[in-house]
Design a protein around this ligand. Structure first.
Ligand code: FAD
Length: 549
């Protein structure tokens, strides 16, 4: 969308009838503010949504060293951005520039408006999405600051976590940023304390865990001690689709995600074969939209919330979370997907996060811009990474163990790779050794046909080989195949663990009321569309199961 169109979508004016419709839809109280009074402040939780009736409300970015005006709202405009719907704290502050009047609406009432008043709700939703995009693309919004060395494992972990959770952040590299020392000094910290995560002046964390970051940024939601109709483990495309269908159909739905919504798809820079996006969409954008949709319908999504085990209390599923909490649900959907295997190569583990990567996104690109890079794998994920990296790296070596580029890759991608001059495909080739001092410097590769070896100088190896399912947390009652993918469907009637008198539903596991969808399911097609379809279908079976109970 051209910039000026995006601006008008991001900052529309509601007319009198739309404001009346909005206040008729959910409770909104008219409040007066004096010049200089704050309506909310960066970092506030559960802050209000405001529709301005008169006066001027300034939105200020206070996350950096000097406050910057983002926008000034006048009569008919409204405050807020996407994080407000998803329960995240305020990313900016709002202050009355003149004496002003505004309708004040709680976040729950805002959700009601978005849900029940489509005319105004859609304008608000589209504005929120466009505001996020403008902030992300502005290059001037500070947001969260990550201060650390580009070569540090923990700095990489933190940046990866924030990027995958679509948080707005600025990276200040110890190796190259001139003001880092001074900034650390202002926080009363030194280089030894890095990586540091700072948000305005309120939040300053030293080498925080993902969970600590998630708690500080409101990504980890407080979970109620109730019996949910549906608990979904994993927020990849399958889990997110199920959360939208479950919540929109009135099921109390909770989604527990280990790292970041979007799953594997969230690391793709261009998904071209998902219906409805002829020019492709990034996995991050797809996930962001799905998160808004799930929140709009009232699903509860909690990030940095790994499920460590599953037990049963009569017919209920009891999920133990890392840290000791637990969740109880009438039905469970296992949507934990799969992840790429670590390369079985000397030195690989040592360079993870400082030369060995499992995704190719702008985060990794910053670390290998203009360099020669190596990609290992012959599937679509490897193909997409090669095409994406070829725009940023000087040369891309694509290593394939077999002898045919077209064997596991979609033809459109394989063809594009052949057309890209700076991608060199090396068939029958594997990595034998990785070397470097603290960070990766070179890899030794070998051709299995000729025995020829070669050393490539490179700061980055991207691995996309052999996905393994996330099923270690499951008990024996959930049957798995020889590769540990979850088995489902009518054949489960033969399982020793099947206790119901009826036949299992198509996506039901060997335990009644427990379903599986997407990449984690034995025999599933490993694609975004099929994970989404299965997630949606699983909810239909959940309804059937609950009806039967
Ligand atoms: C780089 C890349 C590019 C791709 N491109 C395409 C493409 O263009 N088109 C296409 O159709 N497919 C593509 N795929 C494949 C597609 O992304 C997957 O098929 C799809 O994401 C599977 O969705 P899923 O929901 O089943 O699982 P996943 O996407 O794997 O998501 C599972 C989620 O569960 C979470 N999880 C795991 N264990 C736990 C636990 N114990 N507790 C809580 N959460 C847990 C994970 O963190 C993850 O977020 C691509 C894959 C990759 C890696």
């Amino acid at each position: 969308m051209p910039e000026h169109d995006l601006q008008s979508v991001a900052f529309p004016k509601l007319d009198r009838s739309q404001i009346e419709a909005l206040s008729g839809c959910a409770s909104a109280s008219l409040v007066r503010y004096k010049t200089g009074q704050k309506l909310f402040q960066v970092g506030d939780r559960d802050y209000r949504f405001f529709v301005i009736v008169s006066g001027e409300i300034e939105i200020v970015d206070e996350s950096g060293e000097t406050p910057k005006t983002i926008v000034v709202h006048t009569a008919g405009s409204f405050t807020g951005e996407m994080g407000q719907l998803t329960g995240r704290p305020a990313i900016a502050s709002a202050v009355a520039r003149t004496d002003s009047e505004a309708y004040e609406v709680t976040t729950d009432a805002l959700r009601q408006i978005v849900n029940r008043c489509p005319e105004v709700g859609d304008i608000i939703l589209q504005a929120f999405i466009a505001r996020r995009q403008l902030l992300r693309e502005s290059g001037s919004f500070t947001g969260i600051r990550v201060i650390g060395s580009r070569y540090s494992h923990d700095t990489f972990r933190i940046r990866d976590f924030l990027a995958r959770n679509r948080s707005l952040f600025t990276f200040l590299d110890l190796e190259s940023h001139p003001e880092v020392g001074e900034l650390l000094g202002r926080f009363g910290l030194s280089v030894q304390d890095t990586p540091v995560v700072a948000w305005g002046k309120q939040v300053v964390l030293r080498n925080p865990s993902n969970r600590e970051i998630a708690e500080a940024l409101g990504l980890r939601r407080p979970l109620e001690q109730t019996v949910y109709d549906l608990a979904i483990v994993g927020a990849g495309p399958g889990g997110l689709a199920a959360s939208v269908y479950g919540a929109s159909e009135g099921l109390s739905t909770v989604v527990l995600e280990r790292t970041a919504p979007g799953g594997q798809a969230g690391t793709s820079m261009r998904i071209e074969n998902y219906l409805g996006f002829p020019t492709g969409i990034t996995g991050g954008d797809l996930a962001e939209r799905a998160i808004v949709q799930a929140n709009k319908f009232g699903a509860i999504l909690s990030v940095a919330t790994p499920v460590v085990s599953l037990t049963f209390d009569n017919a209920y599923s009891v999920l133990a979370l890392e840290g000791g909490e637990s969740i109880v649900a009438k039905c469970l959907l296992i949507a934990t997907g799969a992840e790429y295997r670590r390369l079985d190569v000397d030195g690989c583990a040592r360079f993870e996060g400082s030369g060995v990567y499992y995704a190719a996104t702008p985060n990794e690109v910053q670390l290998c811009q203009g360099a020669e890079v190596v990609i290992v794998g012959g599937g679509n994920a490897a193909g997409q990474a090669a095409v994406y990296l070829s725009r940023h790296a000087r040369r891309v070596y694509l290593l394939i163990r077999g002898n045919d580029l077209y064997k596991s890759m979609s033809a459109y991608l394989a063809h594009r790779i052949e057309q890209t001059p700076n991608i060199e495909v090396l068939l029958n080739t594997t990595v034998r050794r990785m070397s470097g001092d603290g960070r990766l410097a070179s890899v030794e590769i070998v051709n299995s046909e000729t025995g020829e070896t070669r050393t490539l100088e490179t700061p980055a190896v991207f691995s996309f080989i052999g996905a393994t399912p996330h099923t270690d947390w499951l008990p024996v009652e959930i049957e798995r195949d020889e590769k540990r993918f979850v088995r489902t469907g009518p054949a489960m009637a033969q399982s020793a663990h099947w206790t119901a008198r009826r036949q299992p539903f198509l996506l039901e596991t060997s335990r009644p009321g427990v379903f599986a969808a997407g990449d984690v399911r034995s025999g599933s097609v490993k694609r975004v569309a099929s994970a989404v379809g299965e997630g949606a279908m699983a909810v239909q079976f959940v309804h059937e199961y609950l009806k039967e109970k």
